[in-house]
Design a protein around this ligand. Sequence first.
Ligand code: GAL
Length: 809
Amino acid sequence: MKPIFYFFFIACLFTACSSEQVPRHVYTLEEGWKFINQDIENGQKPGINTDTWETVTIPHDWAIKGPFDKEIDKQTVRIEQNQENTATEKTGRTGALPYIGVGWYRKSFEVPEFQKGKKVLLVFDGAMSEPQVFINGEKVGEWKYGYAYFYFDITKYLKPEKENLLAVRLENLGESSRWYPGAGLYRKVQLVVKDNTSFKQWGTFITTPHVSETSAQVNIKSEIDGENIKVVTEIRDEKGKVVASGTTEQLFGSKTEQNLAVPNPQLWDTETPHLYFATMKLYSGNKLKDEQTIRFGIRDVKYERGKGLVLNGKVTKFKGVCLHHDLGPLGAAVNVTALKRQLTILKDMGCNAIRSSHNMPSHEQLELCDEMGFLFLAESFDEWKRPKVKNGYNRFFDEYAEKDIVNLVRATRNHPCIVMWSAGNEVPDQWGNEGIKRGKWLQDIFHREDPTRPVTVGMDQVANTLKNGFGAIWDIPGLNYRLPLYNEAYERFPQGFILGSETASTVSSRGVYKFPVEQFKQKTYPDGQCSSYDLEACSWSNVPDEDFYWQDNFDWVIGEFVWTGFDYLGEPTPYDEYWPSRSSYFGICDLAGLPKDRYYLYRSKWNTRKETLHLLPHWNWEGREGETIPVFAYTSYDSAELFVNDKSMGIQKKNNDSLLNRNRLMWTNVKYEPGSIKIVALDDSGNPAAEKEIRTAGTPHHLLLEADRKNINADGKDLSYVTVSVVDKDGNLCPNADNQLRFNVDGAGKFKATCNGDATSLEMFHLTTMKAFNGQLVVTVESIKEAGTITLEVTGEGLETAKIELESI
Ligand code: GAL
């Protein structure tokens, strides 16, 4: 996409458009909020003094600054999904961060354009949770689900040309989540000011029912408030060129419909995600009443028996990951740069799909997926009516499920990335007839709101859903784990394919290697870590290689969504009962976003464009001289030779002897001697094609700083992620280093957070010191609204001080 044109649309879509011509104004309420983390009697009353309240910007997560505390949301429960028989005490299940309680937010605002004939909407992308909204002391409305999008028409509560006061009360109960949910106004809040005669909020649906090389039919249905109107639509391509236009004056009830032909369309797909823009002007007589620009993509999405997703005529398997919504050390507060960094890392791994487990994604994430070419499985619920956690969504299901789905679909259906909806994850309602009725009801709502996309659920009770019919009702049967039932599910379910809606749940800690090197289930160690040989999983889960077998060999297995792309706060399985441990081990990347070894295993399979050659473990095994240290390579090459201190350990070739041998090159009998291990990958003719060496590192000597982006935007939101590595005098990573490091940011930026990926660490992310974990951590630097140079300085006792300069432009 051309940046200038893109900027034009973003400016019009997401910020105030000051031109007199434009009758619609959108304001994002970001700054100048007041916040207090306690219940205030009559907190909504305009008179209350907020001098002692904290000043915050939105998005905001009130719990991420901790401190971690074992007692927070300690749950003595039996986790049915994990096949547990008795209730035990779980610490850290929701991250051990103070998300429970009441929080109040207040903000004063004016609506300059507010006058007779105008309508003002207040739109929330999500509010954690149970929001109650007040304007000028009067209650406007409430919602329940923290992940839902919702809005209220606040016109009648406003004082024209005067300051208005918005107050939002939020409340999180304990035992309301299975992971860290975050707390507060963690997503955007916007005011939409428009004419009474206008396009309805989320009321326009753009689809492309016919797509060929020479032309695409673009169908635009719009819901409108008003009569005797005319809609003039222009479609532009990424260069701003008008490629189709049309006018309609016909209203069917409150709806208009247009069909425009785009010649020689540039299709949206995962490699070249071309986008188009429909600008729609709404007239009453000759007067312009409303204008909106909606971004969309032209693509042909079909699902075929035995094949699955056929995107623009090409069978496309999901090489996907599940993601929770938190951004590690930033908590749940949405940040576009942080989301983009995740997607950039995943793209390089060859990942082509995201599942927003187990709830509505942020709009920012969907926009990025549109732009970067990711397929998206947009999920809604982790619970229906039957509880998983006492205070979960079950309390709201009857009253809110339909409203929440309607808002999910209407708010996001123009994103080309979304190719499937999910009505739920492992809902206990899989058992029993009531659950089947609920499932059918929910799927019908999705179909009514969007007849173009299929619906799935992630099922864990597969044996049961094969029998009771639950699995047969879905457009796409999603199986969470349960590989031994794949064949039977394909045979007995009527759909003609199955999806690995959730797979793997392999556990590992970056840079940690345990011996003996064997496959284990539910393995725990005294240090609260998991081994990075990628052989450990849970009782219900498996190593990646088992999924590869099904994905590689059966066309009717239409792809997988690995649990998870990144570690997340909470759910520290297999250490649910161990303290301290407060974040997951499932991630392909750790909580800091640093790739674990597993990243390269997926990359070697999924990224077919680039070479992968990765060697593990590290080579610092003081005290283990002469003992066996297995060496693994994850590589896109079929074979390779390993050398220890230049002595050949032989050539290994991928083979079918075992599932592991198909994907990994393994030298299981290597005896440790300090020095180096070197791998030489061989091409198909047996000639050396690439090599990689790991040396035994000496003592920590200095620090290496590497920024993912050296130039950032001076907008007060942009981030640079600086990876800090403790290295020896020759620059080798010290793989056991745990030096306490300190950070100082000067100039046109601020220190934002740091994270080392250690699930057992109780150091807080927002403080300017942290220990390195296995030689590394990541510092996040944030721009301010002033251009200039930013300097990050990192110090550690006995280490040379390191500096990096970033430019904020
Ligand atoms: C699944 C569940 C996920 C997560 C995962 C851990 O059963 O859907 O939310 O709990 O297990 O393996």
